[in-house]
Design a protein around this ligand. Structure first.
Ligand code: PHE
Length: 342
């Protein structure tokens, strides 16, 4: 019987070594240490031994049982340790690796250009106002000296809404009337930036939505020379290194006299290229002295007050500054284009 106990112990210890997981370990425990396990079964034979041998054999059996239990506990602990080590290995984080740099956003090229414009004009004492993008025909046209059916309406391809007399503003000039009515009789020195909308066939040169920045100065003794000085100061800053510019007589119903400002073509520098249509000059804005009737519509007496106004397109300015030859790039959201700025 001692022999039998020894072989059980040997077999049990050998098999314990190969129990590789929780389930195998449990099966082993049931098989060798369970109530109906091999050891218990062997001990049933104890009764058949002569009484004087029983204590010694019983003691051996207890020792075997104890050794198996100890081995079992040790094996169990080893398996658990292995499992933990495996989990640590699998979830290992190498804290010495460089982090992933998240893609950073940037300001849109139009926003950047607008902010440059704001900086230049606020340094000259201009305030910034915003007025609605959805306008009435009255403010967008009539109060700016453009009555219904006036041929000058053709200067702007207009997007109308299905509400009679309501449209998407075609320019920021209706803001002139709004601001004058709010400020009258105080003097005004402000710019009015925002989006404008046009009913255009979209092409390299035309978009149906773009930005404008309107300028308006109203007060006593405001002259054309003030307008020219402000525009020159502006152009010199936004087009750093600009050498030549010119004012060219023009027509807008809401200014009289009216003029456009050209600068020497910043793309070719003068000799001529497709951007300046081989003239060496590019137009950057429209302007003029506020028409007396427009001053009146804003509440100012044109016998006492005078003013000037101008309107420019930041997208056009950015196209000239950076040599962008297609306005559609601005709002088609291609990151290859946008990422080049800022
Ligand atoms: N509103 C004009 C346009 O959209 C520009 C302009 C503004 C001209 C102010 C003169 C004075 O073309």
């Amino acid at each position: 019987m001692r022999e039998q106990l020894r072989t059980i112990e040997e077999r049990a210890l050998a098999e314990l070594e190969s129990a590789a997981d929780e389930a195998a370990l449990e099966a082993w425990r049931v098989r060798f240490l369970g109530r109906r396990g091999e050891l218990s079964l062997a001990l049933r034979g104890l009764g058949a031994l002569p009484p004087e041998e029983r204590p010694a054999v019983g003691q051996v059996a207890n020792e075997v049982k104890q050794r198996l239990e100890t081995a079992y506990t040790a094996r169990r602990a080893a398996l658990e340790e292995e499992a933990v080590a495996r989990a640590f290995q699998a979830e290992r984080v190498d804290v010495t690796l460089p982090g992933r740099i998240p893609a950073l956003g940037r300001l849109h090229i139009s926003t950047q250009t607008l902010r440059e414009i704001y900086d230049i004009f606020t340094r000259m004492g201009f305030a910034i106002y915003e007025t609605p993008e959805i306008e009435t025909d009255e403010l967008n046209f009539q109060l700016l000296n453009i009555p219904p059916h006036h041929p000058a309406r053709d200067m702007w391809s207009t997007l109308y809404t299905d509400r009679e007399g309501v449209l998407l503003r075609t320019h920021t000039s209706p803001g002139q009337i709004r601001l004058m009515r709010e400020m009258c009789p105080a003097p005004i020195r402000a710019i009015l930036p925002g989006k404008v909308y046009r009913y255009e066939q979209v092409s390299a040169r035309y978009e149906f939505m773009l930005h404008q920045v309107e300028g308006l100065v109203v007060g006593k003794n405001i002259h054309m020379s003030d307008l020219k000085g402000v525009l020159e100061a502006f152009a010199r800053q936004i087009f750093a290194g600009m050498r030549r510019w010119r004012f060219r007589g023009s027509y807008f119903p809401f200014t009289e006299p009216s003029m456009e400002m050209d600068i020497e073509c910043v793309i070719c520098g003068g000799p001529g290229c497709p951007v300046c249509k081989y003239s060496g000059w590019v137009e950057i804005l429209g302007s003029g002295m506020v028409h007396p009737r427009v001053l009146e519509n804003g509440g100012y007496d044109p016998a006492v007050y005078s003013g000037f106004a101008f309107g420019m397109g930041p997208e056009r300015i950015a196209m000239l500054k950076y040599g962008i030859n297609d306005i559609r790039y601005f709002f088609s959201n291609d990151p290859r284009f946008l990422a080049q700025f800022g």
